[in-house]
Design a protein around this ligand. Sequence first.
Ligand code: B1M
Length: 209
Amino acid sequence: MSKIQEVKELVEAGKSKKIAVAVQEALDAGGQPGEILQAMVDSMSVVGDKFSAGEIFVPEMLIAAKAMSKGVDVLKPLMTGDNSASLGTCVIGTVAGDLHDIGKNLVSMMIESAGFTVVDLGVDVSAEKFVAAIKENENVTLVACSGLLTTTMPALKEAVATIKASGLTGFKVIVGGAPVTPEFAAEIGADGYAADAGSASVKAKELVK
Ligand code: B1M
């Protein structure tokens, strides 16, 4: 079995204690960080499919997520690149009612590497908390809201509406997450949308230029 395949299987099985070593071994065997990350993202899709099929339940999803996060920790220093540019501060969070943070953390990592200072509010972030963070932090040029559940899409809408209605200026709002479409992003008044972490960093730079 290739080292990358091993990483994939360890994430699916939620083996968080073994994952850091396996990711390092995959790197040592010549695997590229992006390729190893993609393997872990693919594993989470498999986990999601198994959950949908009733083959696994929430605890198994949770341990797979923990394993993936530990694997990402090993890759992070290799993926953040040159962040000497200063594009201001990005306030990021997963919206109210939503506890999914892996995608948000990847977006955060890529946005940081694009040259933003990132203030990560975590998960289950209320619209008011986004607004408070924009007020509390200096030079906020970007607000990034993530949502992974169809049931929290209204919370995304509320976050964008509350941020826009706050009267605060000087920043753009980007939204994303699996159920979000460019049409939905436009409909709720977001300034930008991205489908994945890589395109989020490209869009982020575009928005603040
Ligand atoms: Co949940 N979950 N989950 N879950 N979970 C999904 C999302 C689901 C699709 C699984 C399924 O049914 N197949 C489903 C949602 C269905 C729907 O809404 N249509 C689901 C469900 C139903 C639930 C619960 C309701 C289950 C329950 O309790 N019965 C519950 C809800 C809890 C809550 O949030 N209130 C729940 C709970 C959980 C765990 C806590 C156990 C765990 C999350 C742990 C954690 O994140 N720390 C979990 C997990 C792990 C998943 C799956 C398996 C994996 C998510 C993930 O990390 N993917 C997921 C199935 C799946 O995704 N196929 C599933 C990998 C990650 C890299 O991708 O997050 O999509 P993703 O991020 C991408 C893009 O979306 C995008 O870029 C990222 C990187 O490329 N992106 C952005 C994300 N944010 C962005 C922001 C941007 C731009 C792009 O700009 C700001």
